[in-house]
Each structure stands twice: as C-alpha cells, then as structure tokens.
Design a protein around this ligand. Structure first.
Ligand code: ADP
Ligand code: MG
Length: 326
C-alpha cells in the first residue's frame, strides 16, 4: 500500500530531523499563520557563557568587575566594606544554580568549575521559571535570577538604584552591552551581577525569513530576557516585533491574544518557561538538544537535529501533504 500523505510527511520530517508526534499534529502545522519564537536556547544556541562578573566593590560603594576569562584575578579577593569577592560570589551562585537545568544556570556552574572553585551542596533548592533560583548555601540564602525578579521596580527607578546598592547601575551597563544580566543576592543583599553572552544560531535569520514567507506574517520574539538583549538579537535575525521580560504566563497571554484575533500560532521554544505557551498554542515545537524535558513532553513536535531550518521545513511538508489529502 502507498503510505497516506500525512504519514509520509511524518517520515519525511523525521529525515529532516523533526519528530512529529502524530498525523493530527502534522496536519495542523500547515494551518499556522504566525510564529512566536523564544530567545534563549531557541534563536540562540542555548550554550551561554558568563563573560563578566561584577561585584559590590571594595571601598567607595561602586561596582567593579572584569572579563570572566581575563584571569587577572582582579576581583578575586574578598571585598572590603561588606562586599564579597568575585570568586566568592561565583561559587555561591554556582552552588545555588547547580540543580537547575536552565542554560544560564549551566553557564554559571561552568565558569565556577573553569576557575577551579568548589561547588558546595545547596539545601532547600527551589526555582521559579522565568525568574531564577533560590537555595541555602553554607547557611547563607542565595538567590540567582533576573534583575526584574530580584531587584524589582528598582530596576527602573533612581531611588531603587540606591536601595539596591548600585546593582541597578551594574545591570544597566551589562544589558547595555547586549548581555543578559544575572543578579546574585546573598542574604537578601545584591552581591554580584553576571553578564552572560549567547551566540545566535547559525541559520536563524534564514529560518525567520522562511517562516515569514510561509505564514505571510512576520515572526515575533517572546522572551523572558531583558528588552535590550532581546532587541539586539531580534535586529540581527530580522525580527521587528519583540515582547521581552515575559513570565511563562505572559507568553501564554500573548498566544491567546493572537488566537482570539483569529491567528493560528506556532510557538517554538525550549524551556520549562515555554511549556505553558507550547501547550496553549495551535502548534508547539520544542528544540530538542537544549530543551527541558517538560518542553519536549508538552510540544507537538521536537527538533532532534539541532537546526532552526527544520522548523520552516516541517511547516512546508505539512502544506504539501495536505494538498495530497482529499
Ligand atoms: P527565555 O524566554 O529567553 O528563554 P527564560 O524565561 O528562561 O528566558 O528566563 C528569563 C530570565 O529569567 C532570564 O533571562 C534570567 O534573567 C532569569 N532566569 C531564569 N532562570 C534562571 C536561572 N536558573 N538562573 C539565572 N537566571 C534565571
Ligand atoms: Mg528558552
């Protein structure tokens, strides 16, 4: 017997490196009118590295720090005036991040190991998707996460800046360089700001353009990361509509808003924070390699070969198969 078109399309998608979970999914992918892409781990490789570590400085109350890889040990000492040294902040952050599977957590742990720092066991670990983690390390409460979650409204206000002990200024500088700022609080006090860099995936711009052509609408970026890092990345891959600083439920709200307006949305994501949007959307595709288990289970299809070009390819396959189904 000849294979029904949707089944051959699934086999074909498999050859392209996408695992499509059912014929129904294969068929629905062809209806997509708008694509929403996640940033970290989806448009980027999801293998970020910590490029700088800033700590509350010795002395005058400013913030200092250097490139993570420069190895001059400038910030390695224990800061006077209550601040912790670069390595101390990094070791505490790595201990708290160790249980997390978030790409940023892996970057923090990787740098600590690279510097030969001990990664102590953490107790009472908890994480909030899209915000960060909390744990107790050696009797100290350590929180690592987004500036918005940990410095709150202070990120926007001059008053908060003073309240946050200058951390807000450090965050601004880090983000101004197009990096993702990760804040470290020790016992509730800002102790460090890490600047994290991630590379854009090869072929991301082409995939965005192809999805735009296929759906007839410009793909959008949905991210939990900060606006500046998001805009910088979006510009580089040809995305003009950006929604940044989103929590998992905000990504769902964006999807619902478009679907209420008659769109059929395809969400492409990788994280635990993307799972609710992957589930809520008309179609959801997860990036397999960097992807969290939850995203892989929730999505309708999984990119196994780690290339974004497979996403427009599978939409095109669905369209072709549907023309053959009568
Ligand atoms: P994206 O939507 O771009 O994939 P996420 O929603 O996963 O990003 O994360 C949003 C923001 O939350 C990150 O940019 C970071 O600031 C913060 N965050 C989330 N999880 C962690 C973590 N484990 N460690 C540090 N920061 C985190
Ligand atoms: Mg992500």
């Amino acid at each position: 017997a000849t294979m029904p078109p949707l089944l051959s399309a699934i086999a074909n998608a498999g050859r392209h490196g996408v695992l499509v979970k059912s014929a129904v999914v294969m068929e629905r992918l062809g209806d997509v009118t708008r694509v929403a892409l996640d940033k970290t781990g989806t448009l980027t490789e999801g293998a970020p590295r910590v490029a700088e570590v800033r700590v509350r400085a010795v002395g005058a109350g400013g913030w200092a720090g250097g490139g993570a890889g420069d190895g001059d040990g400038a910030g390695g000492g224990v800061g006077a005036g209550g601040g912790l040294g670069e390595d101390e902040v990094l070791a505490l952050a790595a201990a708290a991040e160790h249980p997390s599977e978030h790409p940023l957590a892996r970057a923090v742990v990787a740098l600590a190991k690279e510097r030969g720092l001990p990664v102590h066991a953490a107790e009472d670990f908890s994480s909030v998707p899209g915000r960060g983690v909390r744990a107790v390390v050696g009797g100290r409460e350590v929180r690592v996460g987004s500036p918005l979650a940990l410095l709150g409204g202070g990120v926007a206000s001059a008053v908060g800046e003073v309240g946050a002990g200058g951390a807000v200024g450090a965050v601004r500088e880090v983000e101004g360089a197009g990096r993702t700022a990760v804040v470290v609080l020790v016992d509730g006090v800002p102790a460090g700001v890490l600047g994290v860099e991630d590379r854009v995936r090869v072929g991301a711009g082409e995939a965005v353009a192809a999805l735009g052509r296929l759906t007839g609408s410009a793909p959008v970026l949905l991210t939990g990361d900060n606006e500046r890092a998001a805009e910088q990345l979006a510009g580089g891959v040809g995305i003009t509509e950006v929604r940044a600083g989103l929590l998992p439920q905000d990504k769902v709200a964006a999807v619902r808003e478009w679907e209420a307006a008659g769109e059929k949305v395809l969400v492409v994501g990788d994280g635990v924070n993307d799972a609710p949007a992957l589930a809520a959307a008309h179609s959801g595709i997860a990036m397999g390699r960097a992807g969290s288990d939850l995203a892989l289970e929730t999505a309708d299809a999984v990119v196994v070969r780690d290339e974004l070009a497979t996403v427009p390819a599978v939409v095109a396959l669905s369209r072709r198969a549907r023309r053959l189904v009568v």
